[in-house]
Design a protein around this ligand. Structure first.
Ligand SMILES: [Zn+2]
Length: 383
């Protein structure tokens, strides 16, 4: 038995931002990051469409990358002052993740971050407001998921808040908003989408519903990511990548992810490697490791008329290099000394990451370490 949870309304397609005109409500707070949504006009259009829906709007700006609890609390105070009945997260993953956490503190002002990070800790939401997610990058799929990652900078810890209560009510998947993404962000976030599709597809709780979404997203990324890198203004292709991100997000919010993410969380936190880039370096070797217990990677090779997991691992490597992402952690610029000093701690933490629970093959400490080492060197792992 299983349950499938996604937003109630998903508007998608070029120009679909216009569907804001049909929203119900009195007052919205729009949560944004920096200037990109101002510069590309999407904030102005959001405000205009809300006005046409007779919804007054105010803006909370300044959400940083890896949003902090301080920013979340500031936002929640702003919500309390403004009393919105609609929360709009507009922008990249950080803006939407922060808006979700502000929403919790608005509904439950006495919340504590450490407690929220425990399973099932989020109480029933929507007593004061409902949530609209409008992503402007095609990557994390946060517009589909019950996930928000908040950082306590004083403690140097990232807290994932996981609850289907946080799944947005409305999501708008409009590829026009992604046209201003720079090439390296397009490449990294696009490879993150691929990793969501692949890890959901091989998850140890995968099912048919999520398999079809995950495999569909994987196929779209392979066919489209090189095109959006070469033709950044090709809006049709941008929309395809935005849809792929959303489809992969629908799958992984229901069946979760595996050790590509467990391991990438560590190299991201330790060496500051962009999430999608770290995933892309890890994915081929995790494919080789996991393929000993599942034939699903061999099945994915069928998308290319091929038949083995090794074929699929090599297709990932070819895509990665075609979009300009490095093939090893050494090439990324991590020194041998630094790597050797941190490898054991990263391995321990990756073992404890919740994503490890959903990986198809249960890894041992030495195995994770060997995968890390092979990815540092840029060689194929043999386990
Ligand atoms: Zn990811």
């Amino acid at each position: 038995m299983a349950k499938f949870i996604v937003p109630k309304e998903i508007f998608h397609g070029l120009g679909s931002l216009e569907n804001l005109k049909g929203l119900k409500g009195k007052k919205a707070v729009i949560v944004i990051g920096g200037n990109s949504v101002k510069a590309n006009g999407s904030l102005e259009r959001t405000e205009k469409y809300l006005k046409e829906a007779n919804i007054e709007s105010v803006v909370f700006s300044g959400v940083e990358a890896d949003p902090s609890i301080d920013t979340v609390l500031k936002g929640a105070d702003f919500f309390t002052q403004e009393q919105p009945d609609v929360i709009v997260g507009l922008g990249g993953c950080s803006a939407i993740d922060a808006a979700k956490a502000m929403w919790i503190y608005y509904e439950y002002p006495d919340s504590k971050l450490e407690e929220l990070a425990a399973p099932f800790a989020v109480k029933p939401m929507r007593n004061k407001a409902y949530f609209v997610a409008i992503p402007s990058t095609s990557g994390t799929g946060t517009e589909m998921t019950g996930l928000s990652v908040i950082t306590d900078k004083e403690k140097g810890t990232k807290y994932p808040i996981v609850s289907h209560e946080l799944t947005p009510d409305v999501a708008i998947i409009d590829g026009e908003l992604c046209a201003s993404m720079p090439a390296h962000v397009t490449a990294n976030t696009g490879l993150d989408v691929l990793s969501h599709g692949v890890e959901a597809y091989v998850s140890n709780i995968a099912d048919r519903y999520n398999d079809s979404l995950a495999k569909g997203a994987i196929d779209l990324v392979f066919k489209t990511l090189p095109t959006v890198i070469e033709e950044p203004n090709n809006l049709e292709a941008r929309q395809v990548m935005h849809d792929a991100s959303c489809m992969a997000g629908m799958a992984f919010t229901n069946v979760w992810l595996g050790i590509v993410h467990s391991m990438s969380h560590q190299i991201g936190g330790t060496f500051g490697i962009p999430h999608g880039c770290g995933n892309a370096i890890l994915m081929p070797n995790v494919t080789r490791f996991n393929s000993k217990v599942t034939d699903k990677y061999a099945d994915l090779a069928g998308l290319f008329g091929k038949s083995t997991a090794e074929d699929f691992a090599q297709e990932i490597e070819a895509l990665r290099s075609s979009v300009g992402v490095v093939g090893s952690l050494k090439e990324y610029g991590i020194s041998q000394e630094d790597w050797d000093a941190k490898l054991d701690r990263m391995t321990e933490n990756a073992m404890k990451d919740p994503c490890t629970l959903f990986n198809p093959r249960k890894p041992k400490f030495e195995e994770i370490k060997a995968i890390y080492q092979a990815c540092y060197e840029g060689v194929a792992v043999k386990l």
